[in-house]
Design a binder for this molecule. Structure first.
Ligand SMILES: [Zn+2]
Length: 319
């Protein structure tokens, strides 16, 4: 059985595993990313974990075909070098590909996690059998990946798909990237949290005020819990978020005319509480023919997306 090694590097945890072209993930090992100890320590830990996975695979399979790595960007997918992602402080110019190729002697492919997620969603998830797909992660930040005619579109400087930083409101809230009114500043986790806190304040009777976390915070999870109980202010949090998200989606529809737009993380948890207002807004802001051709859906891969994303980096090799 031929297989691939997968590495999904996140700001809090890293997962290493073996995976097959049929999306089977074997001998998965997860460890906290030792961010505070610097990139060398992180890479050494990954090498150790991969050696464990290789030992487990020995006897059942020949050597792996390749290594796939998914990691937060910015990064250069050609050289496999990572440049200071916000979730990995101190990682500036870390040659992940060179390190792993030197250690394991296997071709290694590194992709930013949103692009890798798009590859996975296209191959195994909501975009199976489709030509054109856009994948949006919707967590603390917003990443995006674009598949056109079955291939990942990277753009001229590897910056294609940075949909989170398209401008939705020119005078909107400040974004971490330095601009104002980016999609990310309006609909990512921190923006949902700020909106929930404001609406909870404005509506003292809202269930959100009684559901605060142990630290007294009104988080997106609190808003979601209250919205599921049909609390008006909590539902309004997702209606407002959906309005902006829908504008972002409509812009993608107008430019790229995709068949599927798959949304991860928060959309997977919130489902129609967020997707219904987002679809209404997207329909209002896009042309009818292009709108009719597209399905706006939650990601199908859920928790598996990280491992499958890394796997797809290896499967996509050379594309
Ligand atoms: Zn931005």
């Amino acid at each position: 059985m031929s297989y691939y090694l997968t590495v999904d590097i996140g700001g809090t945890k890293t997962a290493c595993a073996a995976g097959t072209a049929a999306a089977e993930i074997l001998h998965r090992r997860e460890h906290p990313t030792p961010v505070a100890q610097g990139p060398e320590a992180c890479l050494e830990r990954i090498a150790r974990e991969l050696r464990h996975v290789l030992r487990e695979m020995r006897g059942t399979s020949p050597a792996p075909e390749a290594v796939g790595v998914a990691c937060g960007g910015p990064l250069d997918s050609r050289t496999g070098t990572i440049y200071s992602p916000p979730n990995l402080p101190g990682w500036d110019g870390v040659p992940v590909k060179a390190f792993l190729e030197e250690r394991f002697g296997l071709p290694t492919f590194v992709e930013n996690d949103a692009n890798a997620g798009a590859l996975a969603e296209h191959r195994f998830g909501a975009g199976r059998g489709k030509r054109n797909l856009i994948y949006l992660t919707l967590g603390t930040g917003i990443g995006g990946g674009i598949i056109i005619d079955g291939r990942l579109y990277r753009g001229t400087t590897d910056d294609a798909g940075e949909i989170g930083h398209t401008t939705i409101l020119p005078d909107g809230p400040e974004c971490l990237c330095g601009k104002r009114g980016c999609l990310e500043a309006l609909v990512a986790g921190p923006a949902i949290q700020a909106r929930a806190q404001r609406l909870a304040r404005e509506h003292p009777g809202s269930l959100m005020n009684g559901l605060v976390t142990r630290s007294g915070e009104i988080t997106p999870a609190v808003a979601l819990q209250a919205a599921k109980q049909r609390d008006w202010a909590a539902c309004e949090v997702f209606r407002e978020t959906g309005l902006y998200l829908g504008i972002g989606i409509a812009n993608l529809i107008q430019v790229l005319n995709p068949e599927v737009i798959a949304l991860g993380t928060i959309a997977v948890h919130a489902r129609n509480l967020l997707l219904s207002p987002a679809r209404r807004s997207a329909r209002r802001h896009s042309w009818p023919r292009a709108w009719k051709a597209v399905r706006v859906v939650p990601s199908k891969l859920g928790e598996r997306v990280g491992d499958l994303a890394a796997l797809c980096c290896a499967l996509n090799a050379g594309a």
